[in-house]
Design a protein around this ligand. Sequence first.
Ligand code: FAD
Ligand code: 2HG
Ligand code: ZN
Length: 452
Amino acid sequence: MTESHASLAALRRIVGDSHLLTDPSLRAGYEVDWTRRFGGPALAVARPADVEELAGVVKVCAEAGVAIVPQGGNTGLVGGGVPRNGELVVSLARLRDVEPVDGLAGEALAGAGVTLAALQQHVRAAGWEFGVDLGARDSATIGGMVATNAGGLHLLRYGGMRAQVIGLEAVLADGSVVRRLSGLAKDNTGYDLAGLLTGSEGTLGIVTRARLRLVPPLPGRSVALVGLPNTAAAVSLVARLRRAPWLLAAELFFPDGLELVARHSGARPPLAGPHGAYLLVEAAAERDPTDEMAAALQEESSVVLASDPAGRRRLWELRERHTEAIGAQGIAHKLDIGVPVARLAEFVERVQETVSRTDPTARTILYGHIADGNLHVNVLGPAADDERVDDEVLELVIQMAGTVSAEHGVGVAKRRWFAADRGAADLAAMRAVKDALDPRGILNPGVLFEPS
Ligand code: FAD
Ligand code: 2HG
Ligand code: ZN
């Protein structure tokens, strides 16, 4: 019996026959990511039922030197949650327990495999809200969102995933379990392991449960779409709206993206054009904030407002369906960049020129979270493995004091630019942490760092 056959037999004993998938047709959905740009063959897919089974799986892998790729909802966009070269995929999808909401502390305890939509439903039923929201809510899991430190649509109000994590349970590379889940809002004992694991993209440990901060619900909602001449006008408007107590979201998109979404979904764009840029704004308060938002936007010449749920949803779909509408055109190069807000308008101009210069046939669709300086540069045209446009755009981002990954993570997609972005000293410190916690390099090799 070969070593990997012996490992598979041991893994089968731990998770049971029906939760160790070796058949290629059963593995297939776990072997390619959402972008269709990344993926490869897995040794097998293991689906442990709980933290004890997962710890057993990791111990077997540690002893045999089998590499592991943790996977949640597989909505990641940087190739970090799919195998590359015969690793074991460990799916956390079965860790779906949620405990009753702790109303005294305003906290929820959820398993790594709970989807964001399921968590939202659970906490809303108890009179609370969760501070992070994103378009992939029906599939993205709490474990994946912790691992990627997901940002999303409400970051300007509540912060990203790291700001919501109060405590974590996780399995480390030797199969040991770290656990700090009793919900201490203040806890200054030693290193912040939960903070370190958040955003570590499955390279330091496998998250099994998270204790999460909740926020009070804001039932009064209103959404506006504003047509503006250009990005600079959108940035100035957001600067003004940022001071409003009701601002929940501010999202930017452009006419080419809007047209693509309208064609893809059959929706009719609600504002008569032409406009150089579109700003979608959501207001949230205890009582209906429509009048306040309308007053704040009264000097804008092209605005549509919706406060009923169906109208609000229709406006949001024009923004949220960008990813899917672009995906229907082909395999996009997705560059999730951030630049200082003061340089956003300059970046929008320069990135178009940069892409056209590098590949005149490429199409660039831009959209994103304007208040965070985070734009999703989606480039259609270049072959999946042709990285000339990626190189030029990310070089521009670094020159402009930005980041090559604002919210999706580095994964395998941005690995080549990680050192240029963070610098040698940061990289060496991170490498030292990785080597200390995962000396054999079995957790998600190839993500963040070159595989050793
Ligand atoms: P996966 O894709 O399964 O994995 C992502 C990474 O986390 C991988 O490196 C994987 O190894 C690791 N991982 C997964 N689970 C665990 C675990 N339990 N323990 C340790 N490591 C783990 N992202 C944003 O930040 N903001 C957005 O607004 C946003 N919108 C999106 C909209 C759409 C339509 C889509 C398709 C994606 C969007 N994303 C967004 C990206 C994606 O949804 C997030 O990165 C999300 O956090 C991934 O969660 P997941 O469960 O799907 O993780
Ligand atoms: C969003 O904000 C997501 O819609 C996805 O982060 C971005 O597909 C993308 O490039
Ligand atoms: Zn985003």
